[in-house]
Design a protein around this ligand. Structure first.
Ligand SMILES: C[S@@+](CC[C@H](N)C(=O)[O-])C[C@H]1O[C@@H](n2cnc3c(N)ncnc32)[C@H](O)[C@@H]1O
Length: 309
């Protein structure tokens, strides 16, 4: 089962209250959702969103005992506003994003997320989507593949990795790809404590699922549907995601950025949020010991302000 990361810290910042309406935008196995539901009953409601059918099934089983207090929706969180409108909800009290892939997705070899086991090069969170990791690995021109691995994996050996992939195509399994990436990076440059394919796998996963773009789309919509003093919490697992959260929170807390003295605003910037966590909240050593997946987790929180502020 997926062990929810930074659970106490998330409950502290999200502050779920009895009778409130909350959104878990990344339902996964339903761990965070369960903790929210335990705090919002009686009278509260939770809308859980995930784009992965397997996550939806697992969460539905785990949350069955909450009955009608929980509504589970298979969709992309970028469409959060539409999802809520379909439930006749214009405003909610809190929204949680626990980003990245779940340990259930990593654990199932045939999903293709893991370099630890052999599976097809898939990596789709939403299996209705057509593009898989195999399509990118086997079809992209070498230069585009190198750019992708550099941009989304911050892999400094991206050019060599892309060259290695192109020379060995077609690749079919995660095992083949992991071995090839490892052979493309000089052993002396292998990152300490990390499999040498970690960054390339991360890059492909982000690209297959368009993770950063979906997040950039979702955050302003999430800020908009929060009630005044409602909370927005986001847990990230790598620097690209954390940077996206940090910058978007800042942008949504800054409002108009037109130069001083401009007679009328032309940038359209509006203040939606107040950032609550100056620095990201990180897990305790005890949590990392219990759950090594928490190692790189960072939590940031913001609060919705009145739009007239
Ligand atoms: C880290 S897991 C969440 C785990 C969950 N908090 C728990 O306690 O079990 C992230 C989940 O978000 C889902 N996800 C990622 N991007 C998504 C998106 N754009 N729209 C909807 N779900 C998404 C993934 O399918 C995955 O199940």
């Amino acid at each position: 089962m997926h062990i929810p990361v930074l659970l106490d810290e998330t409950m502290h910042w999200l502050r779920p209250r009895p009778g409130g309406v909350y959104v878990d935008a990344t339902l996964g196995g339903g761990g965070h959702a369960e903790a929210i539901l335990e705090r919002i009953l009686p009278g509260g409601r939770l809308i859980g969103i995930d784009r992965d059918d397997a996550a939806i099934d697992a969460a539905a089983r785990r949350l069955q005992r909450f009955g009608e207090a929980v509504v589970i929706v298979r969709d992309n969180f970028a469409a959060i506003k539409e999802v809520l409108a379909r439930q006749d909800l214009q405003q909610v009290d809190g929204i949680l994003f626990d980003l990245g892939a779940s340990s259930m997705q990593f654990a199932e070899a045939e999903r293709g997320f893991s370099f630890q086991e052999s599976g097809p090069l898939d990596m789709r969170m939403d299996r209705r989507q057509s593009t898989t990791a195999a399509d990118l690995v086997n079809r992209l021109p070498e230069r585009d593949l190198a750019d992708l691995i550099w941009r989304y994996g911050e892999e400094r050996w991206s050019r060599r990795v892309a060259r290695g992939i192109v020379a060995a195509r077609p690749l079919e399994t995660t095992e083949e790809l992991a071995g090839l990436v490892a052979r493309s990076i000089p052993r002396r440059a292998w990152p300490r404590g990390l499999h040498p394919a970690t960054r390339s796998f991360q890059a492909l996963r982000i690209a297959v699922n368009d993770e950063l773009l979906n997040l950039e789309k979702a955050l302003p919509n999430a800020a908009e549907v929060l009630r005044e003093a409602g909370r927005l919490c986001a847990i990230t697992f790598h620097s690209l995601e954390d940077r996206t959260i940090k910058h978007t929170f800042l942008r949504l807390s800054r409002g108009c950025t037109c130069p001083p003295g401009t007679s009328a605003c032309t940038c359209g910037g509006q203040r939606w949020l107040r950032v609550l966590t100056k620095k990201p909240v990180t897990p305790s050593p005890e949590e990392i010991e219990r759950n090594p997946r928490a190692r790189s987790a960072k939590l940031r929180a913001a609060e919705r302000i009145a739009t007239t502020e």
